[in-house]
Design a protein around this ligand. Structure first.
Ligand SMILES: Nc1ncnc2c1ncn2[C@@H]1O[C@H](COP(=O)(O)OP(=O)(O)O)[C@@H](O)[C@H]1O
Ligand SMILES: [Mg+2]
Length: 356
């Protein structure tokens, strides 16, 4: 596929997004490595695609790899490729993503989730430009790619915990782009709502045409822990479910519509709503617990109580089996120990016995 994909459109007129657009243009003029940071759903991948689309590599591939979704050995072969027979299940030679991206841009999403060994392999590749397929002895290929990495983790913190290599950090972080959370650029919300509404109603027959000023007010005041992704999903759902031409506040989910009165509502109920919403989102979006819930908790966007409630919901569904919770929350099963350790460290473990 040679034709460049549809150019990624960054919606929003806030000063923050205007700055970001200027940064993207400037970044696209160089070929340096880029590190994009920001919470989940803020638009990091969109920014990476925009940099690629404005760069001289635009006609070449943009290849995205999610470093969080795969166990280490699979990620290695995903990136570097493998030769037939190099491990059980390797029935034929496989081209790696690094090779596919030759001449273009490689987007390493969730780079903070890489194991230390993978980080070492990546660093070696970045230093030499040579890639070695899994199971191949000599044959090395050299590729020419631009690397853009993204993370919602605080890499400096990971470095201090010796979970991320400092040398790799400096290699990736030549240009740093920070995408701010949606709640810090609320003036973008009406634009985003309008444009997502247009997009979603363009195909098919729907009643919904617009959002009332009162509903827009509620949307603008909500904190959007899942950022633009959450907003986009909400609009898409609204288009399908709303029977009216103009959406009113009571067409919105309670956690959004009731926000202005939130202070008067009992605490317990508010907490339950947050975990309900997160639980639903884990199931709907297929996003991993580590990228959706973990950062919210670490940044104190949600409380320990919220987290415990979420775990309870998972355990209820899984009839007290933590391994099933791991799967339910979209983590690879190898994360079982890490997940339980995390819960223990933060005193969020819920006894499975209640749910048996
Ligand atoms: N400024 C924006 N304008 C239009 N769409 C956006 C914007 N920011 C994010 N999106 C959309 O929101 C969703 C999440 O963005 P994404 O880049 O995947 O976030 P992240 O990689 O930071 O988790 C995508 O569908 C993306 O197209
Ligand atoms: Mg992403």
């Amino acid at each position: 596929m040679l034709a460049a994909a549809v150019e990624p459109q960054l919606i929003g007129e806030s000063p923050a997004v205007a700055d970001l657009r200027a940064d993207i243009e400037r970044t696209a003029r160089s070929d340096a490595k880029v590190l994009i940071t920001g919470e989940s759903g803020v638009g990091k991948e969109l920014v990476a695609r925009a940099v690629h689309a404005h760069s001289t590599r635009a006609a070449r591939p943009f290849v995205a790899v999610n470093c969080a979704g795969l166990p280490e050995t699979l990620l290695e072969s995903e990136l570097f490729g493998h030769v037939k027979g190099s491990f059980t299940g390797a029935y034929r030679d496989k081209q790696g993503k690094l090779e596919m991206a030759d001449g273009g841009t490689l987007f390493l999403d969730e780079v903070g989730e890489m194991t230390l060994r993978m980080q070492g392999l990546l660093l070696r590749f970045l230093e030499t430009g040579e890639l070695q397929k899994v199971g191949a002895d000599r044959s090395r290929t050299t590729v020419n790619i631009r690397v853009i990495a993204a993370t919602n983790r605080n890499l400096r913190e990971l470095i201090s915990q010796q979970a991320f290599r400092e040398d790799l950090f400096y290699r990736l972080n030549v240009i740093h782009l920070l995408v701010p959370p949606l709640r810090e650029r609320r003036t973008d919300i009406p634009d985003l709502v309008q444009r997502f509404l247009q997009r979603s109603t363009a195909t098919g027959h729907y009643a919904l045409r617009a959002v009332s000023p009162e509903a827009m007010d509620a949307l603008t005041k909500y904190s959007w822990p899942g950022n633009v992704r959450e907003l986009q999903n909400l609009v898409e759902r609204l288009v399908v479910t709303c029977q009216r031409e103009i959406a009113q506040p009571d067409d919105l989910p309670p956690e959004i519509r009731l926000l202005p009165f939130g202070a008067y509502r009992p605490r317990r109920e508010r907490r339950r709503t947050v975990s309900d919403e997160l639980y639903q989102k884990l199931l709907d979006t297929g996003e991993s617990f580590w990228t959706l819930v973990y950062p919210l908790y670490m940044q104190r966007e949600i409380t320990r109580g919220n987290l415990r409630d979420l775990i309870r919901k998972g355990l209820q569904e899984a009839r007290g089996n933590y391994r099933i919770v791991v799967r339910l929350f979209n983590m690879p099963h190898g994360d079982y120990k890490r997940f339980l350790n995390f819960l223990r460290t933060h005193e969020c473990q819920v006894s499975f016995k209640e749910f048996r």
